[in-house]
Design a protein around this ligand. Structure first.
Ligand SMILES: [Zn+2]
Length: 301
């Protein structure tokens, strides 16, 4: 498996390593069938022999010939795997992020192609919700997009409302973070977010907004304190500013229905910022194993 190195040479090393489609295909095949536990996607049989192409596997019962990319998010992309791998590298490792325009230029692809693929990648980056935030967690909402200043509990015009939770360390450091688009600042919408992303034992702080109060029934360590215009939530507000800055840099008009993808992309990278050596591999793994039906056309057989 490719192990990245966190240094200036990384980019060059990466380019040299993934220089042809075959090595990318082999990489995907190793992830897909890593444990040698072959299960035929057609009939569920466990035995296989060599398929038509290198790295393909053919079921010995139904003869279905499966390529490494079949039933993965690499299926049916209309550019080669080397480009796809470099694209994933950019999105996972580059701190500043890139707009679809910049990606299109760099990879000589159309903006629409880049945008569609990025949308897929963002789906792969979505939180598994298996690792809720623990210890000290601050929660607040913020508005993104659109020029109007919104007021809580009221219509916020073109702006989109986002709830965010951030782990903080005792010494003022940052842990992990999650965020989700919501319609309004209500308990009804806060609670599913809490359930997905925050441990019941966490020491949670929110401001004094009343919609947080009923959550104390489920999160006994939730404390409501005066926000003092955000001063009491310093780390959280730095995190919000950083996200907004990042989004402004890569995307000027983000349609509401795609905002969650950008939140997922940001959080995926942020939560792995101290593990840049493995972030690329993790992303390829998700692209390989987190199949969704709409990425694949009906099998022609
Ligand atoms: Zn089969």
């Amino acid at each position: 498996m490719f192990k990245g190195i966190n240094s200036i040479d990384f980019s060059n090393y990466f380019s040299n390593y993934f220089s042809n489609n075959e090595i990318c295909l082999e990489y995907i095949a190793n992830i897909k069938w890593s444990d040698s536990n072959f299960i035929c996607k057609k009939c569920g049989h466990n035995n296989y022999c060599k398929g038509k192409k290198k790295y393909n596997r053919r079921c010995t019962r139904c003869k279905y010939d499966e390529s490494p990319t079949a039933k993965t998010m690499f299926e049916r992309i209309d550019f080669d795997l080397v480009k796809a791998f470099h694209f994933l590298y950019r999105l996972s490792v580059k701190k500043k992020g890139m707009s679809s325009y910049e990606l299109a230029n760099e990879f000589t692809l159309s903006q629409k192609t880049c945008w569609t693929f990025r949308n897929k990648v963002q789906f792969a980056m979505k939180s598994s919700e298996n690792y809720p935030l623990e210890k000290f967690v601050d929660v607040d909402e913020f508005l993104v997009g659109g020029p109007e200043k919104g007021k809580r509990g009221r219509s916020h015009g073109k702006k989109k409302l986002v709830i965010i939770a951030l782990e903080r360390t005792k010494s003022g450091g940052f842990g992990r973070s999650y965020s989700r688009m919501i319609e309004r600042s209500s308990t009804k919408e806060f609670r599913p977010f809490f359930e997905s992303h925050i441990s019941k034992n966490a020491k949670i702080r929110t401001d004094k907004w009343t919609a947080y109060t009923p959550l104390i029934d489920y999160y006994p360590n939730l404390e409501q304190i005066d926000s003092d215009n955000g001063l009491n939530f310093r780390e959280l507000h730095i995190q919000i500013m950083n996200f907004k800055g990042w989004l402004r840099g890569i995307h000027h008009h983000c349609d509401e229905k795609y905002m969650q993808g950008y939140l997922d992309e940001y959080n995926f990278r942020f939560n792995r910022r101290n593990h840049l050596d493995s972030i690329f591999h993790k992303l390829v793994k998700r692209m390989t194993l987190k199949y969704r039906a709409k990425d694949s056309a009906v099998e022609s057989n």
